[in-house]
Ligand binder design. Structure first.
Ligand SMILES: [Zn+2]
Length: 487
């Protein structure tokens, strides 16, 4: 059938149920900024039970239930756990998100079966990382095939399914250092905004991703990213990811003054549009596109700063990563604000984010599902389910590592299919046998397949197999021995 059906699977809800929290937690004092946009509540008392917010009292001291842990939050500011609504998850993200108070993420693009596994792992508490929601795509040849696939899809925990014609209103504009923005016509803003607000369209500007090299905060943000990447226990952050994130601060270095002027003009127009959009009742949600060229966790705070630069109040900026993000996901009844009955995801700050939005980075304590998290980094942090596909879409290839060759023996003069197992393989990796490059089929980042020809196995002996990936990064792997035995 020529026509291809596209099912967008947008996934929501199903909160953590297997992780039972019996303990209670009482947060005493502190100024509550609950994410709803309402006035801050000084000296709030927040009681948490079984992972949920059980009660919120104003001022009157709440008696701590017996056995409850008490947090003295006097002088602190309490905001909802942050939600990054536009990520492309990678194995190393977990601890970094949590350390920056990002307790939920929305993955809008990764292999869906991997996403489904991650959701099970994270949301049941069996893997350490943020609460995880996702949206994926499965391409099926016909409507009938789509209908037949539904039971399997449901078993994987996917809840909302849309046909293409139902997924209207989703527009993806030009991305990444686009000069298009300077063509925006401010005289059209009012009409466009009226239309968008009328239709209830949420806007995700990814300011940090798009403009990080040209803002008034560029040098500060670059320094903060650098400082984070220098953390010794974060040695597991892949080199190419660091290079791309840091390189994004320098793409204008090679542009002409005229071009930079155009980009900056585009940025000013985008800021103007966003300020107007929010003043007109439009909802922005903060999604950072981590880690396409932004640092997970930290970039969400940078995004909030850039939203304030655009003209939002700090309160409006905070709502883009709390209430509006939960609204977008259809999860506003369960999360996004600090209210009785909602999940107990909270961040305690050392200073007031409403007087200076940069204070959202001054994190004292992160609470997720009613538990105080360890927000330090661990050099051995690992996620058991590796992402299928090449490890990196960036310019810099990982160095390949060969662990095993299966089978390790071939028979003299016969053709032999061989699987090369290891890690860091990309679609441009090749297997080399006895110094010759073989016709290589890429299976995954951990497997390559080759077929040795009778000519290649013509001679009995012990030969070396390596994998080579083109530079930058890349290079040859260590060799593994392979035997050609007698007929
Ligand atoms: Zn993206």
């Amino acid at each position: 059938m020529a026509v291809r059906w596209l099912l967008s699977l947008c996934v929501a809800v199903s909160m953590s149920t297997t992780q039972l929290q019996a303990q209670s937690l009482l947060i005493r004092g502190g100024t509550l900024i609950d994410g709803s946009g309402g006035a801050p509540i000084p000296d709030a008392q927040i009681l948490i039970r079984d992972g949920l917010i059980a009660d919120i009292a104003r001022q009157a001291p709440t008696a701590a239930p017996s056995g409850a842990e008490v947090i003295d939050a006097r002088g602190k500011f309490i905001v909802p756990g942050l939600i990054d609504s536009h990520v492309h998850y990678r194995e190393w993200h977990g601890e970094v998100f949590l350390a920056y108070g990002v307790t939920s993420v929305y993955d809008v693009g990764d292999p869906y079966y991997w996403q489904a596994a991650l959701k099970q792992g994270f949301n049941s508490g069996r893997m350490r990382g943020p609460r995880y929601f996702f949206c994926g795509e499965i391409r099926l040849p016909s409507e009938e095939a789509a209908a037949n696939a539904l039971p399997a899809v449901a078993r994987r925990g996917l809840e909302v399914i849309r046909k293409p014609e139902e997924a209207d209103g989703i527009v993806e504009a030009g991305h990444k250092n686009s000069a298009l923005y300077h063509w925006m016509e401010p005289e059209e803003f009012d009409r466009l905004i009226k239309e968008l607000v009328g239709q209830g369209v949420f806007v995700n500007p990814t300011l940090d991703f798009e403009w990080k090299a040209l803002t008034d905060r560029t040098r500060d943000h670059e320094r903060e990213d650098l400082r984070l990447f220098h953390t010794p226990s974060l040695a597991y952050v892949p080199v190419d990811e660091r290079l791309v994130v840091l390189g994004q601060y320098h793409w204008p270095d090679s542009r002409s003054a005229d071009e930079i002027h155009q980009f900056k003009e585009g940025y000013r127009k985008v800021q103007q549009f966003l300020a107007k959009f929010v003043q007109s009742g439009g909802k922005i949600y903060s999604g950072t596109d981590s880690s396409a060229a932004t640092t997970p966790g930290l970039s969400l705070h940078h995004e909030l700063e850039l939203l304030v630069d655009a003209g939002l109040t700090p309160m409006q900026a905070i709502m883009t990563a709390t209430k509006h993000a939960a609204d977008l996901l259809g999860l506003d009844a369960k999360m996004g604000t600090i209210e009785k009955g909602k999940v107990a995801d909270l961040v305690l700050l050392e200073a007031d984010p409403l007087t200076d939005i940069r204070n959202t980075k001054r994190i004292a304590t992160v609470i997720k599902d009613g538990r105080i998290l360890d927000t330090t980094f661990h050099a051995d942090y690992e996620m058991p389910i590796r992402r299928p596909g090449p490890e990196s879409k960036h310019l810099y290839n990982p160095i390949p590592v060969v662990r095993d060759v299966v089978p390790p023996v071939a028979v003299e003069g016969r053709s032999a299919p061989v699987r090369v197992l290891g890690r860091g393989f990309t679609s441009s990796s090749v297997v080399r046998f006895a110094g010759r490059t073989l016709d290589t089929r890429w299976v995954s980042s951990t497997e390559l397949a080759v077929i040795l020809t009778p000519e290649q196995t013509a001679r009995v002996g012990t030969f070396l197999i390596t994998v080579e990936t083109p530079k930058p990064g890349g290079g040859p792997s260590h060799p593994v021995e392979f035997i050609v035995t007698f007929k």
